[in-house]
Design a protein around this ligand. Sequence first.
Ligand code: AMP
Length: 303
Amino acid sequence: MSLLVVGSVALDTVETPFGKAEDVLGGSATYFSISASYFTDVSLVAVVGEDFPENHVKLLKTRKIDLRGLVKTRGETFRWSGRYGYDLNEAHTLDTRLNVFSDFNPEIPEDYRDSEVVFLANIDPELQMNVLSQMKGPRLVACDTMNYWIEGKYDALKSVLKKVDILLINDGESRELAKEPNLVKAAQKISSFGPKTLIIKRGEYGALMVNENSMFSAPAYPLETVFDPTGAGDSFAGGFLGYLANTNNFSEGSMRQAIIFGSVMASYNVEDFSLNRLKSLDYKEIEERFGEFRKLTFFEGLR
Ligand code: AMP
């Protein structure tokens, strides 16, 4: 099934206790599309500036990502810089420069408009809405957001949420969005805004999926080396939606498997800076870690 993503393609500067990476490839749509490309065909809609290095475009092409929706325009590429302390669960944003995203008006290529699965990655909710309004009845729409937009564009974000099936969001942001400290109550409140499925990403504590009648919890893969958590959420979303688009099955059982594939992709991503680990994976490694997750969470029932 065809999978379309709109989001940021960025140059990131990231500092963790283990090192610093300057002006490296990042962005929500970048992490998402590279991760999802291991499962299905991906089309990307975003904008970059004249300063965007050609070797990054090449990398996306190597992963066979359809880049007809990647616009290059005058100005500088979106830039984000952040720092993590020893608690790698929390990114401290130091600077966000929207640059070419400030007046980006995405025109979805005609061939993309009937994509069946759409991911509105973290970006201005007005852009997310703009993209959605050009689509011809997708079967599944998921979106992500962050505190920057919850605080800056709350109403626009609520309008987007009315139109999505799945919201992926981290725990702190779900509390902020719902204005509710308890996670279960926050999930119920957010569902009343629109999305019938909520996936709450909890960093090293895993992910929680909340549907109307069920909850599913997956741990994060216990890693010895976590180098840089940037992009974990987007790689998670890429594995999750990539798998769903590949199987064309959105049942509860399939969504649970997809959560594990999301967790696998996030766990590989954090092993190195930028896209360094994700870009060189092979599918066998993904399956192997999926198997490790099964072992990790298996337990006997009561007799
Ligand atoms: P994640 O760690 O998965 O939440 O996402 C990290 C990526 O999000 C980074 O590569 C940033 O370039 C990108 N990012 C950070 N802030 C924003 C923002 N306000 N809008 C869009 N993308 C952003």
